[in-house]
Write a protein that binds this ligand. Structure first.
Ligand code: NDP
Length: 296
């Protein structure tokens, strides 16, 4: 049987380290603060925001939730961001994705002070990641995936990594992280996407396969070579009348079919998901540390 990579346990370890850093900051009279802005009433987005706020409370971070109706204009949202940029109590700002369609998400991301962009989506932080500049913020989900590999001692140096998906949130930063010269990097990286020809022949090359496509169970046993490590980023709702909610969450990987071929694999839920929030907390603390170093 493969090693099941326990994202919950590793997220708890990251959070324990966060607690130590928060205690050190608090001893200097500093409480790191995260502002989460949510526009509209998408239930899944509200659930994500709730768990981010809950984790802030659990760790003793200051959290500010700003909730606005879907009619909120682009100008109003930009005003909120300008206020948060200027708010000394706030170290991290994130606008929950996806905003309503009339909002230009790119413009919103660019309006966030890069020093408070704990999602790591601002062009300056994307450039810093590409340039191996550690003063920036790495997007939380790929950062969490890399941490899972490091914590489990899975060798990335020289490994063939295939990243399935090329979004700015997961696929692209994931590929950049894996090819970086450093711990948890130095891999030979291939990025596959919806136009990739003969996908299974590409993914079968992978020592480490990272799936971030948003298609339930697209990755089957045929896509994976024996002994590979599989990281499943996908979170997909599928109808399930046997559950109270009427749905259940599944990954992009057909876990039951793929797991027997793997040396290690993440489950969904309980794999990458908990890491994303833990890394958000770590990024917020890093922002606080950097900002207070700059001013003290
Ligand atoms: P996007 O929809 O932005 O990107 C999906 C990517 O997958 C695109 O690059 C797309 O290719 C590619 N793709 C889609 N269909 C196929 C296919 N049939 N074959 C090959 N490639 C395909 O999604 P995200 O990156 O935002 O998210 C991906 C998944 O990860 C989702 O399930 C999302 O819910 C989950 N997620 C989970 C997080 C967590 O905390 N665990 C956090 C963020 C996301 P193309 O570019 O050609 O269209």
């Amino acid at each position: 049987m493969p090693m099941i990579i326990d994202g919950k346990a590793i997220a708890e370890k990251v959070k324990a380290q966060c607690r130590e850093s928060i205690a050190a900051l608090k001893s200097r009279g500093i409480t790191p603060g995260l502002a989460v802005v949510i526009i509209g009433d998408d239930p899944a987005s509200h659930a994500y925001v709730r768990s981010k706020v809950r984790t802030c409370e659990e760790l003793g971070l200051h959290s500010l939730k700003i909730q606005k109706p879907s009619e909120t204009s682009q100008e109003q949202l930009l005003e909120i961001i300008a206020e948060l940029n200027a708010d000394e109590a706030i170290d991290g700002i994130l606008v929950q994705s996806p905003p309503p369609p009339h909002i230009d998400e790119g413009a919103v991301v660019r309006a966030i002070d890069p020093a408070k962009d704990v999602d790591g989506f601002h062009p300056l932080n994307v450039a810093k990641l590409a340039m191996d500049d550690d003063s920036g913020f790495v997007p939380c989900t790929p950062f969490g995936c890399q941490r899972l590999l490091i914590e489990h001692g899975i060798e990335t140096s020289g490994a063939r990594v295939v990243v399935l998906g090329r979004s700015m949130i997961v696929g692209k930063p994931m590929a950049l992280l894996m090819m970086r010269n450093g711990i948890g990097g130095n891999a030979t990286v291939t990025v596959a996407h919806s136009r990739t020809r003969d996908l299974a022949s590409v993914t079968r090359e992978a020592d480490i396969l990272i799936a971030a496509i948003g298609k339930p169970h697209l990755v089957t046993a045929d896509h994976v070579k024996d002994g590979a490590t599989v990281i499943d980023v996908g979170i997909n709702r599928v109808v399930d009348s046997t559950t109270k909610s009427g749905y259940r969450l599944v990954g992009d990987v057909d876990f039951d079919a793929v797991a027997p071929k793997c040396s290690a694999i993440t489950p969904v839920p309980g794999g990458v998901g908990p890491m994303t929030i833990a890394m958000l907390m770590a990024n917020t603390i890093k922002s606080s540390q950097l900002r207070h170093r700059a001013t003290s």
